[in-house]
Design a protein around this ligand. Structure first.
Ligand code: FES
Ligand code: FES
Length: 207
């Protein structure tokens, strides 16, 4: 799968589409795709032109608004890691393949290396960091510890985020469904068995 393809979470616009432009980002409204009768303007998708150069945007991350200044070409993963110091999501393949950069966007697992930061303004972004604090440990983190679903741990935040999102949407999921849900995350160390058990356990708690 190439880096320009969107995965894990629906429509976006690709880096290739973006880079085709000469210094300006074009964001088209996804719903406005069908041809309609009427004036030409009415037949065009709603389009927003975003100029090159720094833009100050507000991202809603882990329950808080965070203001950052970024160029339109900057990816979500880079803002999370470099601007907000949320280094749980890892930049491993950088081409929508491994899942190590998985975060939740509006509750769905999404590869953070496939989205521009400007693309997710107004959406709720949740990273693995929010799943554990001195006050509260999320069930998914407890399940990963219980089943020792970690080897080097590099891929773990992405897995934890993917499992959290899947279980929230699929309470009581079967083991087979959990296995399919883990298909977007590839661990180099071979912890799948423990991760699968952790995912199944978590899905049974979310009933
Ligand atoms: S770094 Fe994003 S999918 Fe691999
Ligand atoms: S635990 Fe090492 S890559 Fe998954």
């Amino acid at each position: 799968m190439g880096r320009d393809q969107t995965n894990h979470g629906g429509p976006g616009f690709s880096r290739r589409e973006f880079l085709k432009g000469s210094g300006a980002a074009v964001v088209a409204g996804a719903a406005a795709t069908a041809a309609v009768d009427g004036p030409l303007e009415a037949q065009q998708p709603a389009t927003k032109i975003i100029s090159a150069g720094p833009h100050t945007i507000t991202l809603h991350v882990n329950g808080e608004d965070q203001q950052v200044t970024v160029e339109p070409r900057v990816l979500l993963i880079d803002v999370l890691r470099n601007d907000l110091n949320l280094t749980g999501c890892k930049d491993v393949c950088d081409r929508s393949t491994c899942g190590a950069c998985t975060v939740l966007i509006d509750g769905k697992p999404v590869y953070a290396c496939t989205r521009f930061a400007i693309e997710v303004v107004g959406q709720k972004i949740v990273t693995a960091e929010s799943l554990h604090s001195p006050e509260k440990t999320d069930d998914v983190v407890t399940a990963f510890c219980k089943h020792d679903a970690i080897q080097c741990g590099f891929c773990t935040p992405g897995f934890v985020s993917a499992v959290r999102g899947f279980c929230d949407q699929n309470p009581g999921a079967t083991e087979d469904a959990c296995r399919r849900a883990l298909g977007g995350n590839i661990c180099r160390c071979g912890t799948y068995d423990g991760v699968l058990k952790a995912a199944y356990d978590t899905a049974q708690i979310v009933q």
